[in-house]
Design a protein around this ligand. Structure first.
Ligand code: CP
Length: 345
């Protein structure tokens, strides 16, 4: 297998991007991007999530973050990310404030920073931010009070780090911890996908055997090979012998101009059907971050079929987000089982 992993640079925000994510002890302080984080941090997230996954299956709540207040600031639509962040925070016993940004005072002309100052004044501890503009979570992290933690819940086409980590968790649960044995194919609109970027960084940091991207030329970003992937323009070749096939939706809201002839033609060339899935390894898993578009990037019988782990990804998102929230807010993550016992008594 070929792994051309290189240390990436971040063209959008700059070289200092990763520094503000870590404190002086090298512990996670904000979670804005996978870039610049070492294997140790990614494995710490996965291991911590594993301890929370067990708790989620039984007692469902630990008192780790009692007294903390977490604010969901979603400037862009979300089903899975917003709700699983909310569930994660509640299962850690934090208070959760869901701001409806379409009805907040930013729609009356208040600046983003003034809105943030006001939410800070409510003695809050964490902002979870989704925004259509790349770099927004990073901008906010640079301007909040020192005690506030910021998590990126997706910024433009830049990054979606908790999605990538729940995807890594799903792969680890199904395929084991040795990513070096794995061939992972990411298929679809790579160019506009923050999920794909974060997945590629995470897979390479975890030393995945081979990372492939599969798409029409118009949906492959320039210089993508520098991110340490092999590029395929043909679906059959791209998923051949893959252990993991990750399908992505067409990000039409971020496309400028006609990059595709039609959705029907896209499905004919790049849609994952039962027949095509047979080209991957017999035990390959099929993933998708959602929302899925049936009949565009994936056939319904594959999305709902025995190799699909799409809904498991959603479930694991709670444990992974619990891990990231508790690590950044300084909860005693190593003592999750003791916390569970305390709750039960
Ligand atoms: N995967 C994902 O980000 O889904 P939502 O847009 O529903 O949050």
């Amino acid at each position: 297998m070929v792994n051309k992993a290189t240390r990436p640079t971040d063209g959008i925000i700059g070289q200092d991007l990763w520094n503000i994510q870590l404190d002086e002890q090298g512990q996670l302080k904000h979670f804005l991007t996978i870039e610049g984080l070492g294997t140790n941090i990614l494995n710490q997230i996965l291991d911590t999530a594993e301890s929370f996954a067990g708790i989620n299956e039984s007692v469902k709540k630990v008192p780790l973050l009692r007294g903390k207040t977490i604010v969901n600031l979603f400037f862009e639509a979300s089903t899975r990310t917003r709700t699983t962040f909310e569930l994660a925070a509640k299962r850690l016993s934090a208070d959760v404030l869901n701001m409806n940004m379409s009805t907040s005072a930013t729609s009356k002309g208040e600046s983003l920073l003034d809105t943030l100052r006001n939410i800070e004044a409510m003695q809050t501890d964490m902002f979870i931010v989704r925004h259509a503009d790349s770099g927004t979570a990073h901008f906010i992290a640079n301007h909040v009070a020192p005690h506030i933690r910021v998590l990126n819940a997706g910024d433009g086409s830049h990054a979606h780090p908790t999605q990538a980590m729940l995807d890594m968790f799903t792969i680890r649960r199904n395929k084991g911890a040795d990513f070096g044995r794995l061939r992972v194919a990411i298929v679809g609109d790579i160019k506009h996908s923050r999920v794909a970027r974060s997945q590629i960084h995470a897979l390479n940091t975890l030393n995945t055997g081979e990372v492939r991207v599969v798409a029409p030329r118009t949906l492959i970003p320039k210089d993508v090979e520098a991110m340490g992937v092999n590029v395929f323009y043909n679906l059959a070749q791209g998923i051949q012998d893959a252990d993991v096939v990750i399908m992505l939706r067409l990000q039409k809201e971020r496309m400028q101009g006609a990059l595709l002839p039609s959705e029907q033609e896209y499905f004919q060339l790049y849609g994952l059907t039962e027949e095509r899935l047979q080209l991957a390894k017999p035990d390959a898993i099929v993933m998708h971050p959602g929302p899925i578009n049936r009949g565009v990037e994936i056939e319904s019988s594959v999305a709902d079929g025995p190799q699909s782990v799409i809904l498991n990804q959603v479930t694991y998102g709670i444990a992974v987000r619990m891990a990231v929230i508790s690590m950044t807010l300084g909860g005693n993550t190593g003592n999750a089982q003791a916390q569970k016992n305390q709750e039960q008594t």
